[in-house]
Write a protein that binds this ligand. Structure first.
Ligand code: AMP
Length: 189
């Protein structure tokens, strides 16, 4: 079983590379961002609550995210493994993921950290904003998301470093070049 945590700042290419990884390794893609956007679309009370965080570039509270992910893990069983995209985003989430997986006889195989300069992140997200229709892909919110990444999400890397699972991936270059670096890291496991 291969369980990959794909990590990096907003705009680092996690979603794009996840799609390639899913195709090559047959993993189940679990993107908390996609799950949250799906809930927002329904305009349920929960969706509206979620939107009050995401539209401001803030993280959705840990307990909500963790219970949402645990539910999805049990409904989307996949023997080959999972790719966790956009999760964990806090150290508490990383700890919860470890427990959640252990309870199901699983563990994280590798954490891939896509390294991209801040200038490139902003360029990519502004470009994406032209077509994504995402309320959080505009300049002020992008800046806020990057700030939140540095203060709350970057420490997650130390968690995986301690576990001996953190692997840096140069995130600049063509999509194929970046994917080649990823497959090299995965195939070396
Ligand atoms: P993403 O599509 O991964 O960029 O996520 C979009 C937004 O959803 C983020 O800016 C957060 O507001 C929220 N979000 C996604 N994943 C998480 C998570 N693991 N923890 C907290 N908030 C999250």
């Amino acid at each position: 079983m291969l369980n990959v945590v794909i990590f990096g700042a907003p705009g680092s290419g996690k979603g794009t590379q996840s799609a390639f990884i899913v195709e090559k390794y047959g993993l189940e893609h679990l993107s908390t961002g996609d799950l949250l956007r799906a809930e927002q679309k329904t305009q349920s009370d929960l969706g509206k609550l979620i939107e009050s965080y995401t539209s401001q570039g803030n993280l959705v509270p840990d307990d909500l995210i963790i219970s949402m992910l645990a539910k999805v893990l049990d409904t989307k069983m996949n023997k080959k493994g999972y790719i966790f995209d956009g999760f964990p985003r806090t150290t508490a989430q990383a700890e919860a993921l470890k427990v959640m997986l252990a309870e199901r006889d699983m563990k994280v195989s590798v954490m891939l950290d896509l390294n991209v300069t801040e200038e490139e992140l902003i360029t990519r997200l502004l470009n994406r904003g032209k077509t994504s229709g995402r309320s959080d892909d505009h300049f002020e919110t992008i800046q806020k998301r990057i700030q939140v990444y540095h203060s709350q999400t970057a420490p997650v890397k130390d968690f995986y470093k301690k576990e001996g699972l953190a692997t840096d991936i140069e995130g600049l270059g063509t999509m194929d070049e970046i994917f080649a670096r990823i497959t090299k890291a995965i195939d070396a496991l």
